[in-house]
Design a protein. Structure first.
Length: 144
């Protein structure tokens, strides 16, 4: 069977952080259709608390949220001392004019997906970000 954009070697546990319940629901349905488990968080603070208690394969993080923005979440996450600091994180935003994708990577994100989310683009980005060589490279950069 040929690889499709959503194929991964195993089911993933994904933390999806967004203040919009509809966005959470849509992404949960998308991930579930590909055999992945979505755990939802409605705020940056809730995301950081979950990451401190549970292991995830990847996090999808909305940029524009009330309270703590996605950029603030990534700053706190990458500055932490726990193993969760090295989780791959994909920035999600409808605001494609404020920053270029490379700027999100410079901030500590692993990659970027624009909203509205295209299923094939999201799944291809998740696959790329959870590939073993990339995950090891990100870890080496963070530790070294």
């Amino acid at each position: 069977m040929p690889d499709s954009p959503g194929d991964t070697d195993r089911p993933l546990k994904v933390l999806h952080v967004d203040d919009d319940p509809m966005n959470l629901r849509v992404v949960q349905e998308i991930l579930g259709a590909f055999g992945h488990k979505a755990v939802m968080a409605c705020s940056g603070q809730e995301a950081l608390e979950r990451l401190a208690l549970e292991a995830f394969d990847i996090m999808l993080l909305d940029i524009h949220m009330p309270g703590m923005t996605g950029v603030e979440v990534i700053e706190r996450l990458r500055a932490s001392n726990g193993p969760e600091r090295n989780i791959p994180v994909i920035a999600l935003t409808a605001d494609v004019y404020s920053r270029r994708p490379a700027e999100y990577v410079a901030l500590g994100f692993t990659d970027f997906v624009s909203k509205p989310i295209l299923v094939s683009g999201l799944m291809a980005t998740i696959k790329r970000c959870t590939a073993a060589p990339l995950a090891a490279e990100v870890l080496d950069r963070r530790v070294g």
